[in-house]
Structures are given as C-alpha cells and as structure tokens.
Write a protein that binds this ligand. Sequence first.
Ligand SMILES: Nc1ncnc2c1ncn2[C@@H]1O[C@H](COP(=O)(O)OP(=O)(O)OP(=O)(O)O)[C@@H](O)[C@H]1O
Ligand SMILES: [Mg+2]
Length: 357
Amino acid sequence: MALINSYAIWNNKGGVGKSTITFHIASRYAEKFQNKKVLVIDMYPQGNSSMMLLGGGQVGERKLLEYCTVQPIPKTVVGYLSEVICSGARAPLPPPMDFVTQIVQVNSKMPENLYLLCGDGNLEPMVPAINQAAAAPALTPNSDPWLWVHTILREFINKISQEDRQADWMVFVDTNPSFSIYTEIAISSVSRLIVPVNADDSSRVATRAMFTLLHGTNPPHPIYGSWTYATRGVQAHLDVPKIHIVVGNRLTQYQGPAQAFRALSDATADTLYNAYKANPERFTPRNQSINSIEEFRDTYSVPLRDFNTAGVVAAHLGQPLSKMVQGHHKVYNQNVLVVKQRITDCEDALDQIIQRL
Ligand SMILES: Nc1ncnc2c1ncn2[C@@H]1O[C@H](COP(=O)(O)OP(=O)(O)OP(=O)(O)O)[C@@H](O)[C@H]1O
Ligand SMILES: [Mg+2]
C-alpha cells in the first residue's frame, strides 16, 4: 500500500522533548488509527524512544541492550545500516522487515500496529565508517555515494510501505540534536519535520541554526560552504524536509499560565515567521494564505502545555496514555501522583498535534 507520511522530530537543541514526543505521538497515533501501521525509527544513539516503547525504565533499558548486542547483525538501525553499507550501492537491499520489531511482542501495553527500528548505541562509533562510505569517489557518472548513503533510510521506508499489501504506513523518526551524518540520514529519510521548542531564548538561536543546517547561508560560508549538508544536498537534488509544525513544549515551566496558550515565545515565533516570509517553500504548504505573525502561529505551531506528570510517567513506564490509571506510580523509587484530569489533558494536547499530521 502507501506511505501516509514521514516525520522527523528534530531540533538541533538537546532536551526539548524530541524522544518523549516521538513516543507519545507514535503510540497515540497507532491507537487512534488501528487500520494503519506506524513505524518509529530511532536515530538517537542513546535509544531513548526505543527504551520507552520497549517497556520504559529499566525494563526498556535492558531490552534495548539485548537488541544492540545481538551478533553478528543486530535488529537495529546499526544492523540495517551496516548490512546496506557493507554490501555496497548496487547490491540488493536486505528485507527491511527483518530489522523491524512489532512492539507488542515485547511490550504488551502497546498497540499491535506499532513497529520499531530500534536505536543502537553503536551508531556513534559507526560514524567514521558511514562518513567514509559517503565520501567515497563516484566510480561512474551516474553514481553518487553521498546521495546513496543519505537516502538509505528513505529507501528503507519506501520499501516497507510499498511492499505491504495490507496497510498504509505512518513513520516517525526520533533524532539526535547533533548534526552528525546519522542525523543527516534521519532528516533525509522524511518529508516533514516536527520541531519541538522551549520558550527560552536558546530555542530562537537553535531555530536559526536549524535553517542554516538544512538550507545553508547566503552567501555560503567562504571556507566550509562547499562541504555542508545544505550544499551537498542541493548538488545531489536531495529533497530536504519541510517544517510542518513547531511544538511549544513545557511552556508553563517558563511562562505564566496566561502565556501558556501561546505555542511559541515571541522571539522564536518572530524568527520563524521571518524565515517563512523569506522562504515559504521551507514549510509545508497550507490552503489559506498567511499574512501576519498571529496567523503564522495559529497555522504552524501547537502548544504542548499539558504534557507534564501524566506524560512523563507514562513514558517512564512504557505505557500509552490510554493505559495510564489514576493514582501513585513508582518512578525512580519515588511515588508520583497522576490524576485523571492530567491524563486527559495530556491526551488532548497530543490529539491537537495528531489532527494536524
Ligand atoms: N512536556 C513536558 N513536561 C515535562 N517534562 C518533559 C516534557 N517533555 C519532556 N520532558 C522531560 O524532559 C526531559 C527531556 O526530554 P526528552 O528526552 O524527550 O528530550 P530530547 O529532546 O529527546 O532530548 P535529547 O536532545 O537528549 O535527545 C525528559 O526527562 C522528559 O521526561
Ligand atoms: Mg532524545
């Protein structure tokens, strides 16, 4: 059948909620759309979203370790990338589903239609080998090792969705903030970006940096300009994903409740709106025209203001929110109270994102 869409949850700023959002959106999307299949690809070497999906806490950590230590070919992103890169550009691709886990087989709380290409700590030590493969000289005029390496996961996603005769696929990719080659591969695998931001000034700085990484600067940097992902991507006609929504995460922590309805701080909204006005094609197209910063906010940003206790505890326990019950839950030897209203608030907040996908 077909690919519904593919999203990377990315911001080149750490700790803004990428993995937690990936976990919640993917599990909730799968519960809401049971006739679709949902794939999470974890391109964060510490495997945080994999850990949450595989059972959370220490259970998830142990499962993740089991996955990464299978020899010789782990059922993880590293297993797949290694197989493809070692076989070479012209070799037939290994069956992608051999590397994918139906999560319910490991964590019974998860919906049956949720799948995982598991994260792997060896992604980081693998970087020099991936760089080497991407920098290899082109042996024929039509070959481009850089493009081949950067589209390995895009091909993986295409193959899975095209070969499945039963269901359409929705894909979410968790990413690492650092822009190393595996993050470039993660970004290049999708058509759309979900960008979580916090309401502080560093999010504005990160937002600017995000555009530089994706699209370069004008003029390009005099020394490094020709080496960047942005320049190489243009040369190779690589499709760079478009920003679909910006998720304002944990805003109530930084702003009073009156401000909490705004998904973006004024500074970040301003930076994004200016970027939109200069290059609207860097954002996914919408039906209505956007003529003010308020219209931009309404269209491209979503607040995640009610994500707190319920969302964090659910992720720690490796449970979708629908399976959370009111009461005390043990998190790192502490009893944390989660009340029903917070669970509902959190579900509503996620639904606001999901209805925009
Ligand atoms: N809305 C929220 N409310 C409260 N805590 C949150 C919220 N979102 C994330 N957190 C917490 O903030 C921490 C960082 O979140 P997370 O690991 O998802 O961020 P990240 O962007 O994936 O980080 P990294 O850049 O390290 O990958 C976690 O402890 C998570 O539980
Ligand atoms: Mg993370």
